[in-house]
Design a protein around this ligand. Structure first.
Ligand code: FUB
Length: 450
């Protein structure tokens, strides 16, 4: 009996672990906490994202109200950019000897691999009486044997570096460079130990004089070095870039990667990586916190280069990247296109992490969601709906076939309705969900062969 109970407890424990890590997809792609400043890296064939971790201001720290508030870092990983696992907390403000642990200032980090060791760089406010003996933003390092840690913190922050938003490039010849910001963008060589500067910091010239610049992210592609960074040209940050033949410049301003946030998030902070032959832009908006843009959420969209090496502008989407399995809950509110009238609202404005719903109000309203992967021809479709007056919706495929007709009964409560499929889909398809009747229907998700 005792063994049986132990087995049940073990099963419940494993099950709850899976539900914490969960399957997340679309934008934003971390669904259970605020995240910002995503530094994405490819290590051992997987993508690891090292973001900042925004939290609501703790009551005992009222001075942090209306400002960034971060006390630790988590790392997330994925093999397909759709399913993300939270590998847990790796570094906290309470563990670093040089960090003022009342400052909640664990801003944008980065992580690189060298000779099998992982170097995690992070900024924070220093203690006036700490090892560095001066107050302000410093940048420290923690070292691990695996991307997920455990990380061993260096006693002191890096000497000679005052600022935020560290970013490290290891060039093809093995030389490592540290970039960071403090009004300007700085660069210095790193010693082979990755812990100390090997040259005097210089301010990178030829970047815009006016407007805040921060969050550098430097990468190399076909012998060109791209210095990409958020810059306030007008009202809020937009992502811009400069190009060079050398990691230390001179860089030439080249263009804009992403315009100012359409939802008014003042900061944007990004990284750019190639994964499985596709370039990706990681960035942030404030999806779960529309009223307060210091509680942000990280996103991914595809990025493309022109033949001359310049970068095409990226439009932020809710759909994000990757294919969605037909037998998972397809959150059509993360749409790829919609009719003008179709609208998106939080399911529960009191707890925005519950996600969103689609509201189709008038006959003919529609919403579409691209790249649904049908591994098996589905026999049924399930839709979670709410509709005071009931009605009908149809699911239509990209080849214009009606895949299912769903009769929705009048219901004030959320209900899952099932219908038989009329056409059998196989492979990857775009779907459209259309309102056929004339009263509003709210839709949470669509799923095939649940
Ligand atoms: O997340 C705090 C700060 O906001 C980052 O360090 C900046 O890059 C901006 O995103």
């Amino acid at each position: 009996m005792k063994n049986k109970l132990n087995l049940i407890a073990l099963f419940l424990c494993i099950f709850s672990l899976f539900s914490i890590n969960g399957t997340f997809a679309q934008n934003p792609f971390i669904r259970d906490q605020f995240t910002a400043d995503p530094s994405a890296r490819v290590f051992n064939g997987k993508v690891y994202v090292f973001p900042s971790h925004d939290i609501p201001t703790p009551p005992e720290k009222p001075g942090r109200k209306d400002w960034f508030c971060m006390e630790d870092y988590h790392v997330f990983s994925s093999e397909n950019l759709s399913d993300w696992t939270d590998l847990g907390m790796i570094v906290s403000q309470y563990d670093a000897a040089w960090v003022d642990s009342t400052s909640y200032s664990m801003w944008a980090p980065d992580c690189v691999e060298r000779s099998g060791k992982y170097y995690f760089y992070f900024p924070a406010n220093t203690k006036a009486d700490g090892p560095s003996g001066e107050k302000g933003f410093g940048i420290g390092v923690a070292v691990a044997d695996k991307p997920e840690g455990p990380y061993v913190l260096q006693e002191k922050n890096i000497e000679g570096v005052h600022g935020i938003d560290p970013n490290v490039l290891i060039d093809k010849d093995g030389q490592a460079y540290l970039y960071w910001s403090q009004q300007h963008i700085f660069v210095a060589k790193l010693k082979d130990n990755m812990l100390e500067l090997d040259s005097e910091p210089i301010i990178i010239p030829n970047l815009p004089e006016q407007g805040l610049k921060e969050g550098p992210w430097v990468f190399e592609r076909i012998n060109k070095y791209y210095l990409t960074f958020p810059h306030v040209e007008n009202k809020t940050e937009r992502l811009e870039y400069a190009m060079s033949d050398n990691p230390m410049g001179p860089f030439e301003m080249t263009g804009v990667i992403m315009d100012e946030s359409p939802v008014g998030c003042w900061t944007n902070h990004h990284s750019i990586i190639e994964y499985k032959d596709q370039w990706n832009l990681f960035y942030h908006h404030n999806d779960y916190s529309p009223q307060f843009d210091k509680n942000r959420s990280i996103r991914i969209d595809s990025l493309f280069f022109n033949a001359d090496g310049t970068i095409q502008k990226v439009t932020p989407t809710l759909r994000g990247v990757g294919v969605t399995p037909s037998n998972s809950k397809i959150e059509i509110d993360r749409y790829s296109a919609k009719s003008e009238n179709a609208s998106i609202k939080f399911l529960n404005p009191e707890n925005t992490f519950e996600g969103w719903k689609t509201i189709l109000s008038k006959k003919g309203d529609w919403i579409s969601y691209n790249s649904v992967d049908f591994k098996k021809k589905p026999k049924t479709v399930q839709v979670r709906v709410k509709a005071e007056n009931g009605g009908e919706i149809q699911v239509i495929s990209d080849n214009k076939n009606v895949v299912a007709k769903i009769e929705v009964p009048a219901t004030d409560e959320w209900k899952t309705i099932e219908a038989k499929t009329l056409k059998a889909l196989k492979g990857v398809h775009d779907l459209k969900v259309k309102l056929i009747s004339n009263a509003p229907i709210e839709i949470d998700w669509v799923q095939f062969d649940r």
